[in-house]
Write a protein that binds this ligand. Structure first.
Ligand code: HEM
Length: 408
């Protein structure tokens, strides 16, 4: 039996060293203290694959009703007002997700393919010729919000402002363990903007997600305007930053593992595998909170009712019991069991969009680039308790047809 109170390992999701590299801590947690208690921030943490999967599959015991982030502003009974059905349990979750699914369909996502490719090409056109650019600031930090804007029908002239607000909403300041005031304000302005967008769509219906949500009906019930607003805000929070991080993580890890990079450069059919291995090896969404509805015993440790439990998804994906050689980045491994997009009722609604976007962006890059370098000295990580990835990733590229080689 593991004793959560006597184990010496410690884990603090706000610690910058953990943000730099959480994986040694995760490994220690899995091995010595899989049900970890942090008294300072009042939460438990599950690090083993089986326990994280078990919690995903048992929403009756591990409830989402207080949201998925421990940040004080985001956490609590009001969480669903900004996080929509991500912070609801069945049956309310089931009903709202089913209604949204009427509009958020695979067909609508697939229709975005040409648009994503055009956006990617336009961005790359402007940055590749210079040979050096910031992968996040100039590219990966921009594309996902443009795609979401296209999906929900934000007019072209509003997109820069919507992206600015979305960036403020998800940005975390160093040493502030909560959503900063600018983030809260940006969230409110964005909600106001979406209210206007919805009323415009009510007057002039279009063929986009917002009109689809307004028309969605199930058992005679429809989504209210407030529900649509909170879902649109959720899209910005859940779909924007995560995809940015995925793109830059793929670029970085393939650079760190040149043999793996050579494989995808040689065979672009491996790009979807590159994407999957990136989300397993170093997933954008590292942690998700739950609250227990009853006392429960996990790996021999009693976790009382009403406890905050953090599911360490990033750790579950590195569990050797499920992924052999888990700490090695291997693009061709079997990743069918990864937990990066969750599991069960809250399984990520945007997983196929994130995969499509990443595939197209990396295809377009490899179509033009022979090889690249990353400037590790100048790269910068974001500091967040949920999301892992880069705020800055300076890179230099050698383009196909160029006679220059890297380092010239
Ligand atoms: C690499 C990119 C992404 C990652 C790693 C990711 C991860 C996740 C995870 C782990 C969950 C489950 C949360 C839980 O169980 O509490 C989730 C839910 C969700 N995601 Fe994603 N996501 C990504 C991209 C997207 C995109 C592009 C969108 C939409 C545009 C999106 C929309 C959603 C929504 C709406 C939910 C809530 C589902 C529910 O509660 O039923 N995600 N995502």
């Amino acid at each position: 039996m593991t004793d959560a109170t006597t184990a010496r390992v410690t884990y603090n999701p706000y610690d910058y060293q953990v943000h730099e590299d959480p994986y040694p801590t995760y490994e220690l947690l899995r091995r010595t203290c899989p049900v970890f208690r942090n008294d300072e921030f009042d939460f438990w943490a599950l690090s083993r694959y089986g326990d994280v999967l078990g919690a995903f599959r048992n929403p009756g015991q591990f409830s989402s009703r207080f949201g998925v982030s421990l940040d004080p502003v985001a956490y609590g009974p009001h969480a669903h007002k900004s996080m929509s059905f991500l912070a609801l349990d069945p049956p309310a979750h089931t009903h709202m997700r089913a209604l949204v699914s009427r509009a958020f369909t695979p067909k609508r996502i697939n229709l975005l393919e040409d648009h994503i490719r055009k956006l990617t090409r336009d961005y790359l056109e402007g940055i590749l010729d210079g040979g050096q650019f910031d992968f996040v600031v100039d590219f990966a930090g921009r594309l996902p919000m443009d795609v979401i804007s296209e999906l929900i029908g934000v007019p072209g002239e509003d997109r820069d402002e919507v992206r600015r607000l979305a960036d403020l909403l998800v940005h975390r300041q160093e040493d502030v363990f909560d959503v900063p005031p600018q983030g809260i304000e940006a969230g409110l302005i964005l909600a106001g903007y979406f209210a206007e967008l919805i009323s415009d769509h009510q007057a002039n219906p279009r063929d986009d997600l917002t009109s689809g949500l307004l028309g969605a009906e199930l058992d005679g019930k429809m989504l209210s305007v407030d529900e649509i607003i909170s879902f649109l805000v959720l899209m910005v929070v859940a779909g924007n930053e995560t995809t940015t991080k995925l793109l830059a993580n793929a670029w970085y890890w393939a650079w760190k593992f040149p043999d793996e990079r050579a494989k995808v450069m040689e065979d672009p059919n491996l790009i979807p595998d590159w994407v999957e291995e990136t989300v397993r090896f170093d997933t954008s969404t590292q942690t998700l909170a739950r609250v227990t509805n009853d006392d429960c015993t996990i790996a021999g440790v009693l976790v009382p009712r009403n406890s905050r439990v953090l599911l360490l998804v990033g750790s579950a994906n590195r569990d050797e019991d499920v992924f052999e050689g888990a700490c090695e980045y291997r693009v061709t491994r079997d990743n069918s069991k990864l937990l990066s997009f969750g599991n069960g009722r809250h399984f990520c609604m945007g997983a196929s969009l994130a995969r499509l976007e990443a595939k197209i962006a990396l295809e377009e890059l490899l179509g033009r680039v022979v090889d690249y370098e990353v400037d590790e000295g100048r790269m910068k990580r974001v500091h967040s308790i949920n999301v892992r990835g880069f705020a800055r990733l300076p890179t230099s590229v050698t383009l196909k047809g160029s006679r220059l080689t890297l380092g010239d």
